[in-house]
Every structure is written in C-alpha cells, then in structure tokens.
Design a protein. Structure first.
Length: 200
C-alpha cells in the first residue's frame, strides 16, 4: 500500500529525496541491497535513513509513491489537454521515457492491486486518450484508426525504447544529463515518426 508521507522541512525533504534516488539506483542493480548500502550511496548514515524510513518496507513504499508521482508529473508537464498535439506527444514521450528510465525499479514493483496505483493509472490513461483524440481530430491520426489500439502500440514502443535507455544517473550517482536528454529526444522523434507514419 502506498501511504501518504507527512510534509517535511526543506532540508529533510532534500535528504529524503536523496535517499529515495539512491535506493532506486542501488536496488535496480541489486534488489537485495541493504539499507546500509543505500545510505552509503545517498551519502548519509544508516541512522539518517532509519530516522526517515523506519524499515526497509517503509522505504520501498515511499520509493513506489515517489515513482508513481514522478510518472504522473510526466503527464502533467506535457499539458496533454491544452498543448498542440504534436508538441504534447513529443514532450510526453520524452517525459515518460525519462521517468521510466530513472524510476524503473520502483515502477516495476508497483502493486497492481494498490488503490493509489489504480487511480493514478486510470487518470494517466484517460489523459492519454484525450491527447490521441485531439491528435485524430487535428488530422495527425487517420479517422478510421482505432485509438485504443493506437495507444497500446504507442505504449509498447515507449516500453521497448526504455529497455535500452541508460538512466540519467549511474549507480555511482554520476549524471550525464545532456547526453541522456539528446537520446530521449532522438528516441521520441523516432517513436512518433514511426507511429504517425503508420496511423497518420
């Protein structure tokens, strides 16, 4: 169950965020990693991790909650209901690939039965449907194309692209954001060109 986390002071928020980011990096490469290993990767003591997350289970729940919020924010930032469909599709594709790459471990262990996950997923899929409807209305997608099928193809292409995409931050915490963003842009362009040339 993904629980709501109590609001924290800004410094505590930064520490918690650093721990969660480190947990994602470490657990992606070793799902059995200890809290001590996560603390070391975050640059904090094990006591600091325990002060914020009482147990491994609590940490994993917080990691899942953070991942699903980042995924939801990826849709929000793309403005799928208001931005021109070509721009919204490209921005959304980049945002979703970035999120899936950077939070792949946590997103991969989300419980399908968790009400919070179900609600967020339904919201995201509904917003994607609106975006595809707008794209079809504007002529980017042919009028006889089944939009449910088109969305499934789109999601499958994004998932396949992410499999070979390196996270923006390595297990050692070294960022290569510029190269990562260039690759995200290239892949998003390729996905949309492939998709829209087939259903446009």
């Amino acid at each position: 169950m993904i629980d709501t986390v109590k609001p924290l002071r800004s410094d505590a928020q930064r520490t918690a965020a650093a721990i969660l980011q480190a947990a994602e990096r470490v657990l992606r490469h070793d799902p059995t990693a200890s809290l001590g290993q996560i603390a070391a990767a975050a640059g904090v003591t094990r006591t600091t991790v325990h002060r914020r997350f009482a147990s491994r289970q609590v940490l994993i729940a917080a990691l899942q909650a953070s991942a699903i919020e980042h995924f939801y924010d990826a849709f929000e930032a793309a403005s799928p209901e208001t931005a021109p469909p070509p721009a919204a599709l490209h921005r959304l594709t980049v945002n979703v690939m970035r999120t899936k790459s950077n939070w792949g471990y946590a997103l991969g262990i989300l419980s399908e039965d968790d009400p919070a996950v179900i609600t967020k997923r339904r919201t995201v899929l509904a917003r994607l449907e609106v975006l595809f409807q707008r794209a079809q209305h504007d002529g980017l997608i042919a009028p006889d194309v089944n939009l449910d099928w088109a969305q499934r193809m789109y999601r499958a292409m994004v998932d396949e692209a992410v499999k070979d995409l390196e996270p923006a931050v390595s297990p050692q915490g070294v960022a290569d954001a510029r190269a990562n963003e260039a690759e995200l842009d290239r892949l998003a362009t390729l996905i949309l060109r492939t998709l829209l040339s087939g259903i446009g």
